[in-house]
Design a binder for this molecule. Structure first.
Ligand code: SAM
Length: 266
């Protein structure tokens, strides 16, 4: 197998498409990622003007460090398709992309992400049920899940017995991460641990969750983020994790459940 030696176990500041173009064809086993959701381009009354509104408690109200998350919808969908196209090129025939996104209601109608994933080999949609959620709109039920598209090359197979996890997963969002939209460690542990992938790429690496988990599970990572600040955050987190292992599923689940219960009480 061809490995992109220069990229292995590196966090690279830059635009994900520019950087991915440098990675050789078929040299990555797995892509795990969550792009910006274009949340500030919203017909809702919250994220648009930056004052908070119904999203007052959402960390994302301040946006990302160097990216405003507000593109015209069609442009956003095309951009995401270009990202997925590059991701498809860098994975090999046993590879897959776990692409996390969120459906939402715009102008009273469901906006799923079919316009992004259409044309890609979507094999399955995994529901990530989050605890909590934010919506005070009387027109529809409180959204409590995100989706993870499993976009798979033809020979992709899960690790032995991993299919028993089913396709609805419940993990609480990470409440202790300074990044505005981090993955929960356990979600990424579930994804990576369900594969035999050796080299794992996250083109929207943010605080480095994918890298931290990949390293803890003895795999290799490649991380990209447009924000040098988030790249630094990820590097520091990876280094810290070397001393204090962050991936301790049972303990972490217990802590998260406790945190959630405390939130309910408040
Ligand atoms: C949803 S966050 C990812 C968070 C990450 N999963 C974590 O666990 O921390 C999306 C990230 O995409 C980054 N981003 C935005 N535009 C980008 C681009 N063109 N290339 C690479 N990264 C970009 C943002 O800086 C942000 O950190």
């Amino acid at each position: 197998m061809k490995y992109p030696k220069d990229f292995i176990n590196k966090i690279i500041p830059g635009d994900c498409i520019d950087v991915m173009k440098q990675i050789p064809d078929g040299s990555v086993d797995l892509v795990v990622t969550s792009p910006p959701y274009n949340l500030k381009n919203s017909t809702g009354n919250g994220m648009k003007d930056g004052r908070g509104g119904k999203w007052a408690n959402a960390a994302l109200v301040n946006g990302y460090d160097t990216y405003d998350d507000c593109m015209p919808h069609d442009e956003y969908a095309k951009w995401q398709q270009s990202c997925l196209k590059e991701a498809m090129r860098v994975i090999n025939d046993n590879g897959a992309i776990f692409y996390n996104h969120k459906w939402r209601v715009q102008d009273g109608l469901l906006q799923d992400r079919q316009d992004i994933v259409s044309g890609f080999p979507v094999r399955q949609i995994i529901i990530w049920r989050r605890k909590g959620g934010i919506n005070f709109n009387a027109g529809y039920f409180l959204p409590t899940y995100e989706v993870i598209y499993l976009i798979a090359k033809k020979n992709f197979k899960l690790a032995s017995k991993a299919n028993a996890h089913g396709d609805v997963w419940e993990f609480m969002q990470d409440m202790n991460n300074p990044h505005p939209a981090p993955f929960p460690v356990e979600l990424i542990e579930r994804i990576i641990g369900s594969t035999n992938a050796e080299v794992i790429l996250d083109p929207f690496m943010g605080s480095g969750t994918t890298a931290v988990v990949a390293k803890a599970l003895g795999r290799k990572y490649i991380g990209i983020d447009i924000s040098p600040e988030y790249c630094k955050m990820a590097e520091e987190r990876i280094a810290r994790n070397g001393k204090h292992r962050e991936v301790e599923p049972q303990q972490q689940t217990a802590q998260m459940d406790l945190h959630y219960e405390l939130q309910q009480v408040v």
